[in-house]
Design a protein around this ligand. Structure first.
Ligand SMILES: [Zn+2]
Length: 359
């Protein structure tokens, strides 16, 4: 296969104030052919209530688009939406929301071959530009399904500034977790005797660097929102180029999957879950975790596992179950089996460091 036709890139990425009010203009500048085509806006109830006026304006601008109110981010629902898109000859799907809405809309657009326009309302993880959708299947199980990268990504800084800070912290955690994800990816490629894609590696590393070395730590500043938006999109591009989630997802993600699958009652965001996971992963990888931990704390991520109800027993159980969540994924956990004493020590150190910094 020709290496250079292997991947898709979004036609546009705009990060602007009040961008949603001229989303149609932005998109048609790149894709004039979609003008007047039948469109569907997908969002969820609380966002429709919160941003009723903005969403109504977007419906009007996109040729009187209908509005679909999403329930759960489930595979079955994405298929129902895709059927409607096909039956009603809808050509444009506009997802307005966080990861759940965007993944459902992205997958529905992918299987129905509609153009997907991504309008994130939060910067909570790198799924906003990734060629994958994580959807619920049966019980608590969620599956990562390959699909297509969005055609257009438009970030309205007004909405991001209005989103809860916890969402932005999640996006920061997901980006900083690339430190251990990239290491695990290189490790697994070496084990398989295959080279990794240098460009995917480089882009994911840049995404990490832009947040890790960022002097602007004011999460409510426009310049930071621009940096984080780009970092998350770059993570998505790295996955697209690598044709895998691996540049952005290693053993720290397995730790977070274990939380989602075995302890769904714990209240912790995806990005913070992987941030906590990356500290353990970093130690297992034989690398110094102190600076990574410091930067996470500087941004204001609470790195104390106790704050989320993760006790020492749960911490041990999460790391024990982590490899089972994606059995085919080679990470540091294939060669390093952390025992209870080691995990207790990491747990204590995380609690202490988080506590010291909060003083
Ligand atoms: Zn992630």
């Amino acid at each position: 296969m020709n290496q250079h036709t292997r991947f898709n890139l979004p036609l546009c990425l705009k990060v602007e104030e009040d961008a949603f009010s001229h989303a149609e203009e932005i998109v048609t500048e790149y894709l004039p052919g979609i003008k007047g085509q039948k469109s569907l806006v997908i969002s969820e109830q609380f966002l429709i209530d919160l941003y009723s006026e903005k969403i109504r304006d977007i419906q009007r601008d996109f040729y009187d688009a209908e509005l679909y109110t999403m329930g759960n981010a489930e595979y079955d629902e994405a298929v129902v939406i895709a059927k409607r898109i096909c039956m009603e000859d809808i050509k444009i799907v506009i997802g307005i929301g966080g990861g759940r809405v965007l993944d459902t809309a992205k997958y529905a657009a992918f299987i129905s071959k509609a153009v997907f326009i991504c309008l994130p309302t939060t910067l909570s993880n790198d799924s906003l530009a990734s060629p994958f959708a994580v959807l619920g299947t049966v019980n608590q199980n969620r599956k990562t399904l390959p699909c297509k990268i969005p055609t257009a990504i438009i970030v309205d800084t007004d909405l991001i500034l209005n989103a809860p800070i916890a969402q932005t912290l999640s996006g920061i955690g997901d980006t900083l977790a690339k430190y251990t994800a990239l290491y695990d990816w290189r490790l697994s490629a070496a084990a398989a005797g295959t080279p990794i894609d240098d460009f995917a590696d480089g882009i994911a590393s840049l995404s990490f660097d832009s947040v890790f070395h960022c002097d602007e730590k004011n999460l409510k500043s426009k310049s930071f929102i621009r940096i984080l938006s780009r970092a998350l999109v770059m993570g998505g591009l790295a996955m697209e180029i690598a044709d895998s989630t691996r540049p952005c997802s290693g053993s720290e993600h397995l730790f977070c999957h274990a939380i989602e699958e075995y302890y769904p009652q714990l209240k912790i965001s995806h990005g913070v879950g992987v941030a906590l996971g990356s500290i353990g992963a970093c130690v297992f990888q034989g690398r110094d975790e102190s600076r990574l931990m410091e930067v996470m704390l500087e941004y204001g991520i609470d790195m104390n596992p106790m704050s989320y109800g993760i006790t020492k027993d749960i911490f041990f159980d999460l790391w024990r179950k982590a490899p089972e969540t994606r059995p085919n994924r080679v990470t540091i956990l294939n060669s390093t089996k952390p025992d209870r004493a080691w995990l207790d020590e990491i747990y204590d150190r995380m609690c202490e460091t988080a506590h010291e910094k909060s003083q």
